[in-house]
Design a protein around this ligand. Structure first.
Ligand code: BT5
Length: 326
């Protein structure tokens, strides 16, 4: 009922519609209409109430409400089931629980804020209310667990395309899971998997994006390494538009991977990479070293040229050295 009333207000495009007209069209009492309008206002819709003229929708909500996501969705698999939270510990934790309970492939979890947003290796992810996208997507890919690491690269390609499409910024991907804008991190991706020896049960792809965070609102340890899309563009960015394009891009690359394998995605990743061709410091799981990032291989591992030969990095962190360093 609430969605139908909202639709009516949207159709009027900012003009007033009387409470009487809404109650007759919807076949509910004026009091019920008033209660639904009150809830819509609480959901962030700017609705003006006039004692004689009725109600007018002045501004859409900025929240990532399921009804808004659905209204913008161009997918057949992703986002068919949406779990929305005002605040949650971690969307990845919630998505993993849903996946274990058998939720359909493509289920998404979205939150306005995370109390315990996670990066890799139990690092934390700064997740302030209403200013970012904190999204987890459940996939049940038909490929072997060996291929799972490439899902991070797949997601990075999709998210980077969507961001550049919506903002016009020239963001790029830093191996393996960051999207950078003007050398600062705007996106982190955390892929988690449940698998048997030869088959994946599910994968959860967690995506955190700094959309409309003011630069001064980042905690001091991120002040010089992170930024947001709004800071980079100099204007606010619609989270709902960005989210719907991310879902469409992710569904498109996932469909392509299932049909043709990872090669096209790896090629797209190379084209969007900020790491290849650069001197890097590698902070691996068991050792640190430096060299030039020359390529990724078929497994998505980063290949580093060192005086000793080509080193293959499957996991770890890479920092890009300034262009002037030797
Ligand atoms: C990541 O880890 O970059 C993956 C982040 C994934 C977050 C999403 S949000 C939705 C879903 N639910 C979750 O709980 N997680 C996922 P990593 O490469 O380990 O980077 C973590 C490091 O990035 C931290 O140690 C900080 O230095 C830095 N960092 C933390 N928050 C940041 C932010 N908002 N913007 C930029 N950098 C940040």
């Amino acid at each position: 009922m609430r969605t139908a009333i909202l639709e009516l207000l949207k159709q009027k495009a900012g003009e007033y519609i009387s409470g009487e007209d809404i109650s007759q069209t919807m076949k509910v009492s004026r009091t019920a209409v008033w209660k639904h309008i009150r809830t819509l206002k609480q959901d962030g819709y700017a609705i003006e109430s006039h004692p004689r003229l009725g109600y007018a929708l002045r501004k859409n909500t900025d929240r990532l409400l399921p009804a808004e996501i659905k209204a913008n969705l161009a997918c057949t698999v992703l986002g068919q089931e949406i779990y929305y939270f005002n605040e949650i510990d971690s969307t990845n934790n919630q998505a993993k629980k849903l996946a274990v309970d058998g939720c359909p492939e493509g289920t998404i979890v979205v939150a306005e804020a995370q109390g315990d947003g996670r990066g890799r290796l139990s690092r934390s992810w700064f997740s302030p209310y209403g200013k970012g996208i904190f999204l987890s997507v459940v996939l049940r890919p038909p490929f072997s667990p060996m291929e799972a690491a490439k899902c991070t690269l797949m997601a990075a390609v999709a998210v980077n395309r969507a961001i550049n499409d919506v903002t016009g910024l020239g963001c790029g991907i830093k191996w393996p899971n960051d999207i950078l804008c003007q050398d600062r991190k705007v996106v982190g991706i955390l892929t988690e998997m449940s698998a048997e020896i030869d088959a994946i049960n599910h994968i959860v792809i967690g995506i955190g994006i700094n959309v409309n965070i003011d630069q001064q609102d980042f905690p001091s340890d991120l002040a010089t390494t992170a930024t947001s899309l709004a800071v980079a563009c100099g204007r606010p960015v619609s989270r709902i538009k960005l989210l719907s394009i991310i879902l469409a891009e992710l569904e498109a690359v996932y469909t392509e991977v299932k049909k043709s394998g990872f090669e096209p995605v790896l090629a797209a990743w190379r084209a969007q990479s900020l790491t290849l061709g650069r001197k890097v410091n590698v902070h691996g799981i068991d050792r640190n070293f430096s060299g030039e990032a020359v390529d990724i291989d078929d497994d998505g591992a980063l290949l580093i040229k060192t005086p000793q030969g080509i080193e293959r990095v499957m996991a770890g962190d890479v920092s890009i050295r300034p262009a002037s360093s030797s």
